[in-house]
Design a binder for this molecule. Structure first.
Ligand code: B12
Length: 352
């Protein structure tokens, strides 16, 4: 076995040993097609308030950028599924995206990826870990490394495992043996594009984040535009609609290898949506510690919960919304609760 092949085998064995279900390798180089798509995406403003997507674009286009790793030779891409074995969907009547139910994947997978990087470092190479923590074009690399293919819903679909999987990358100066990319396999299916509640896909593989429920509930600061509020339906943090309808997530192997860390823990015991809206900022900080939900911040989650209660709440939620409308610490939440109280009253009147 050549030295490269030997190190490649060691890296892959370590990735599997620490719990990744798939691993693939690509040659580090400029991502030309993806770069021009990224430029168009940014120029059209589809990143919304995520200004960091624009400021880091040049690094994302080429991992050999000095801000990532000059002399990078290979990108190792690993996938870890987070499909749940339980039936819990979120604090009633709200729903939380599957990826956010357990512990924060940034922390869990960074620790595992560092062990993979250590194999390379011990062999004398530089290796940097990126788990959605550095401007690495993760889905593009996953596709090139043969881990899966990018579906019309923009998600990396891993045949036999589905798309409910996190990605983690190690960029390294080691010249490893690359894997073959696989072709795209969506065929003529458009279930994801048709199911999106806010019609957020401008075209297959092109998402307008400004309309995406995941963006609106996690990244967007301030008021959620009125035209999208009803379409949020039950989603209080993230959204799974474009993945849940995907036939690749209905195969029997879809749950293979899911890590316990991504199962919902005690955090959700005894919690309902009303309690989340009534939390103080300190209470939220303590409750959300170690969860990806921290990303929405106190104000964002309370805003989302208020809107969801407007869409899906019952009569018992009216006093909770009226209270938040009058006295929540955040103006954004007070406004959202005002909208939601009116929406809930309208719905209740309609159903009489
Ligand atoms: C910004 C971001 C978001 C934004 C924007 C999403 C988006 N589609 O761009 C928002 C907040 C909306 C978001 C939502 C979600 N995200 Co996110 N997000 C990211 C992040 C940080 C960057 C993504 C990015 O580069 N976007 C820029 C656009 C232009 O690229 P893209 O759509 O991702 O990439 C594809 C297209 O550009 C297309 N493409 C390339 N060339 C061309 C050319 C043409 C002509 C066309 C048409 C298309 C095309 O293929 C690219 C891949 O090559 C990555 C982590 C990372 N560092 O990469 C995580 C990441 C993509 N997110 C992830 C997850 C889990 C999610 C959610 C599922 C969470 C949820 N349940 O709510 C949703 C899924 C939404 C969706 N359908 O895409 C995972 C995805 C794992 C997977 N299996 O795909 C990642 C990889 C994080 C991780 N480490 O696991 N996310």
């Amino acid at each position: 076995m050549s030295q490269d092949a030997d190190l490649t085998a060691q890296v892959k064995a370590e990735a599997e040993a620490v719990g990744f279900a798939r691993v693939g390798i690509a040659v580090a180089r400029a991502l030309e097609e993806e770069a021009s798509h990224l430029d168009e995406w940014l120029a059209a403003g589809r990143h919304g308030q995520m200004s960091w997507m624009a400021t880091t674009a040049s690094v994302r286009k080429d991992p050999r950028d000095p801000k990532m790793l000059e002399n990078a030779q290979s990108v190792i891409v690993m996938a870890a599924p987070y499909v749940r074995r339980h039936g819990y969907e979120g604090p009633p009547p709200a729903r939380i995206a599957k990826y956010a139910m357990g512990r924060d994947y940034h922390n869990v997978l960074t620790k595992k990826s560092r062990k993979v990087a250590r194999v390379l470092q011990e062999a004398g190479f530089v290796a940097r870990v990126a788990v959605d923590s550095k401007p690495v074009f993760e889905r593009a690399w996953a596709e090139r490394a043969g881990v899966g293919f990018v579906g019309k819903n923009c998600c990396l679909i891993v045949p036999g495992m589905g798309s409910h999987a996190f990605l983690a990358c190690v960029v390294t100066t080691a010249p490893l043996t690359p894997d073959e990319p696989m072709g795209r396999r969506c065929g003529s299916c458009t279930l994801c594009l048709d199911a999106c509640p806010t019609r957020a896909f401008s075209a297959p593989r092109t998402l307008d984040a400004r309309k995406c429920i995941s963006y609106l509930t996690i990244e967007h600061r301030g008021a959620i535009p009125t035209e999208h509020r009803q379409a949020l339906g039950p989603w209080a943090f993230g959204c799974d609609v474009c993945q849940d309808v995907c036939p690749y997530n209905h195969t029997s192997g879809a749950a293979d290898g899911s890590l316990d860390a991504f199962e919902p823990g005690d955090r959700w015991t005894g919690i309902d949506a009303a309690k989340l809206l009534q939390m103080t900022e300190d209470g939220f900080r303590a409750w959300a510690e170690g969860s990806p939900i921290k990303r929405a911040r106190y104000e964002g989650l309370a805003r989302n919960i208020a809107l969801v209660l407007g869409n899906r709440g019952a009569e018992l939620h009216l006093p909770v919304l009226d209270d938040a409308r009058r006295s929540h610490a955040s103006e954004v939440v007070r406004e959202a609760a005002g909208w939601a109280a009116a929406e809930l009253r309208r719905r209740l009147a309609d159903s009489e």
